[in-house]
Design a protein around this ligand. Structure first.
Ligand code: LMR
Length: 409
């Protein structure tokens, strides 16, 4: 029957990307999707990725065979070391199981699907996953699609444009014992606001007391502090506390491998004499889920990432490339703040400098965002998020003036 399937709304982020492409105005500014742009507003192929790509293409043995269900073993092993640290007790105890996924989205999906099937806390009320309010819009869809009950915890303070730590902590403390808590490992999307290490320690402590289950989404390792290890600090603190936990790891942003869909899912068992047996059982079930959905993951992006992660020289070059990206983003935060200061734009704009990672949550409201688009051809999500990488030395002044205009209206 014709009316069984209703028309769904367009995806807001990809809709924004399409609208930007269609706009023919030469002044248009794309601050929508979180993808790095160079100072000429162009996509940037990381020099290290170019090198790895050239090496791969000239390999006479390169073929297009299937990867194993769990993905490329060199890639998953290197991904474990990157996120957990080479000397992680979880790795030496062999209590981690990892599967290559269709980028971070696939990893969040695999973890959520696994929870929806197998997470049966003794307290039935606890069968829910708590996400930050706000969170990456796709979290909501992925989790709803696998029928996992979803709740939220406060995260962002509209007053300070920083972390609402008391709200977050209180909600986690009040959640039924044994709940799943989805945490952004670093460079929170969309707010650009992260807990401090002290705050993370408090969150870990209350989660341990409440026997909550952490699920980390790590899509920006290398983008927040400029150090890969520091950006994984929260995850490793939780591992050190003895949690059983899951991690979704994306290589879209930090390798610029957006369309190649390279990512990894990790399950870390708590330290115990049966941990190895547990990861074997969990891994066997994850393999069935993976096989039924994607059969086996896409090879090319993982091969590029694997080459870089497993080669000391390429790895050092990668860290350099990461600094190029995070450095330019920091410069743009500074330039935007300076321009707003110069214009004496009403309001406090310190948060532009204080927030970190790919995004800034400007505090602009939906009407202001709409006006920026109509009057100045500036494209950003209606929650007021801007992708900092869309700014450059050629458009930051224009953007600041446009913001100044709508704030004064
Ligand atoms: C974003 O939030 O802009 C990115 O994570 C891209 C995406 O897939 O939503």
């Amino acid at each position: 029957p014709p009316d069984v399937v209703s028309q769904a709304p367009e995806d807001p982020l990809f809709g924004l990307m399409a609208a930007y492409k269609k706009d023919t105005d030469s002044k248009k500014v794309d601050l929508g999707i979180g993808a790095y742009r160079d100072n000429n507003a162009k996509p940037w192929v990381l020099p290290v990725v170019k090198q790895a790509d050239d090496r791969l293409r000239s390999d006479p043995d390169l073929n297009h065979e299937y990867l194993p269900i769990g993905g490329l073993p060199d890639f998953t092993a290197a991904s474990q070391k990157l996120i957990l640290g080479k000397n992680s007790p979880a790795l030496s105890d062999k209590r981690v199981v990892s599967l290559q996924t269709v980028s971070g989205t696939g990893a969040v999906h695999l973890g959520s699907l696994f929870l929806s099937k197998f997470y049966n806390p003794s307290n039935a009320d606890a069968k829910a996953i708590y996400v930050s309010s706000p969170t990456w819009a796709n979290h909501n869809q992925i989790i709803t699609n696998v029928h996992l009950p979803m709740k939220s915890y406060p995260y962002f303070s509209k007053e300070t444009k920083g972390l609402d730590f008391d709200g977050m902590y209180g909600a986690i403390e009040q959640a039924p014992s044994g709940s799943v808590i989805l945490l952004h490992a670093c460079a929170h999307n969309p707010t650009g606001v992260d807990p401090t290490q002290d705050q993370w320690k408090k969150i870990a402590k209350v989660m341990l007391e409440k026997k909550h289950f952490p699920f980390f989404d790590c899509a920006y390792q290398g983008f927040a502090s400029g150090s890969l290890a520091t950006d994984a600090w929260a995850i490793n603190h939780f591992v050190e506390q003895g949690f059983e936990l899951m991690i979704a790891q994306s290589y879209a942003k930090n390798f610029g491998l957006y369309g190649e869909r390279a990512g990894c899912f990790h399950f870390v068992a708590a330290p115990s004499s049966s941990a190895q047996d547990e990861v074997a059982r969990v891994g066997s079930q994850l393999a069935i889920l993976q096989r039924s959905e994607i059969s086996n993951p896409p090879a090319y992006g993982a091969r590029i990432a694997s080459l870089i992660l497993n080669d000391e020289k390429l790895f050092a070059q990668w860290e350099e490339d990461l600094r190029t990206m995070s450095g330019r983003i920091k410069d743009m935060r500074k330039a935007l703040k300076e321009n707003l200061d110069m214009l004496q734009t009403p309001g406090n704009w310190d948060h532009i400098m204080n927030q970190i990672g790919m995004f800034s949550f400007t505090g602009l409201n939906e009407q202001q965002v709409q006006k920026l688009r109509e009057q100045s051809h500036v494209y950003m999500t209606k929650n007021g998020r801007i992708s900092m990488a869309g700014l450059n030395t050629g458009n930051v002044e224009y953007f600041a003036k446009a913001v100044d205009g709508v704030v004064r209206e």
